[in-house]
Design a binder for this molecule. Structure first.
Ligand code: SF4
Length: 398
């Protein structure tokens, strides 16, 4: 990124990821993630090439199953992009994945699901051994929606501390193993928490390269604005070695994430900061995931757009609506939203905070969302008023 690195950067150590080096004063790498099913080789190759053409330094894929892992050799044969793989619960797939990609990402909060009796330290040792054997880098990717259960609730409700402590613990585990070729990310859907988490982490481990991102930032342009707020505050302080702008976009527009990331970095480098409105965060906040191979119904992106349009009349109310694409992260990541929707193959699950209201067909969920939104606004003393009709709740979800 020409000029983007003229500002002082934290003295992070360099971590080589294929042809790119992250940290150590190298240009801030811009990355994105495929939303195709990884087992669909044609579609995934097409999207990797699209992202590369858009200027991605690194392209991430999700591998959740043996079928996804089995597709990697065919994908690798057809693309030269630097690839990173997101492992979910099945961390053992790393052994199949590592020969074909440049970086492996694991989430400390997901290491507890499989082989519950095996200590987490052993699992990290396995991942480090696989990465070292194949000359690969690792990302420790901590996410607000899936905090390590051993950390959750231990810091008096300070969710940022939970994320930071989890990341620090995994850095120590890797350091003790003599594996230092790692990067850390601390993501939240709230830009203020992303800023806080990364600043706290960087103060304690200024040597560790950071991957910045606001998770589930949502649809453009709002999603770009949320991300810009966080990146301006961090990159201008020398924090951040690689970035991803997570936007809810149809598959053929994913390259816009790269363009948005480069534009933000260029503006920061040139001192072009956007003023952040005082009431940012005190208005309607729609968060939606950027989608990935786990999306269960392609109607998800359209649904997110329709939710934004439908909820526009509530724009001056401080409430959050979350729209998530799948059952892997959807149920947990909608818990804190005032109203949450997560997509299953044929139905959309509608929630109010952690309480499930019901599962509704794609063509009926918006009407029910409107009823719930009106109800919420009426309780808060605002919004449209209309007679409250009893609505039949169907509990047919998966
Ligand atoms: S919520 Fe599901 S579909 Fe959306 S990005 Fe997260 S894992 Fe992918």
């Amino acid at each position: 990124m020409p000029g983007a690195d003229a500002r002082p950067r934290n003295p992070t150590r360099p971590v080589r990821v294929g042809r790119t080096t992250i940290g150590g004063g190298h240009p801030i790498a811009v990355q994105s993630m495929c939303a195709t099913r990884t087992s669909d080789v044609e579609a995934t190759v097409r999207q990797i090439l699209d992202l590369e053409r858009a200027g991605a330094d690194l392209v991430r894929l999700a591998v959740d199953s043996a079928a996804d892992a089995a597709a990697l050799p065919a994908i690798r044969d057809r693309v030269s992009a630097n690839l990173s793989v997101d492992l979910q619960e099945n961390y053992r797939l790393a052994a199949q994945v590592a020969p074909h990609v440049e970086k492996i990402r694991y989430n400390p909060g997901h290491l507890y699901h499989h082989e519950k009796s095996r200590p987490v330290g052993d699992k990290v040792a396995f991942l480090a051994e696989v990465a070292a054997k194949h000359d690969r880098a690792i990302r420790v990717g901590v996410n607000c929606g899936s905090i390590d259960p051993a950390k959750a609730g231990r810091f008096g409700g300070d969710s940022v501390a939970e994320m930071v402590e989890s990341a620090l613990e995994h850095c120590a585990l890797l350091d003790d193993l003599g594996f230092t070729r790692y990067i850390v990310s601390l993501k939240d859907s709230d830009p203020a928490k992303v800023i806080d988490a990364n600043r706290r982490f960087a103060a304690r481990r200024p040597d560790v390269p950071l991957h910045l991102g606001v998770t589930e930032a949502g649809l453009p342009p709002d999603g770009v604005i949320k991300t810009r707020v966080a990146f301006e505050q961090l990159v201008s302080r020398g924090i951040g070695d690689t970035i991803r702008v997570s936007l809810t976009l149809p598959n053929d527009r994913k390259g816009e994430e790269i363009a948005a990331g480069r534009r933000i970095l260029e503006d920061i480098a040139l001192g072009r900061f956007r003023s952040v409105p005082e009431n940012l965060g005190k208005r309607l906040n729609i968060i939606s995931c950027p989608s990935c191979s786990r999306v269960e119904n392609e109607a998800f992106v359209e649904l997110a757009e329709k939710v934004r349009d439908l909820a526009a009349y509530a724009r001056d109310h401080a409430l959050t609506i979350a729209v998530m694409g799948c059952r892997v992260n959807g149920p947990g990541e909608t818990d804190d939203a005032d109203l949450g929707l997560w997509c299953a193959p044929t139905h959309v699950n509608l929630k109010r905070k952690s309480e499930t209201i019901g599962a509704f067909r794609y063509d009926e969920v918006l009407a029910r969302l409107k009823v719930e939104l009106d109800r919420l606004l009426a309780e808060r003393g605002g919004g449209e008023t209309r007679p409250r009709e009893p609505v039949r709740v169907r509990r047919t979800g998966p």
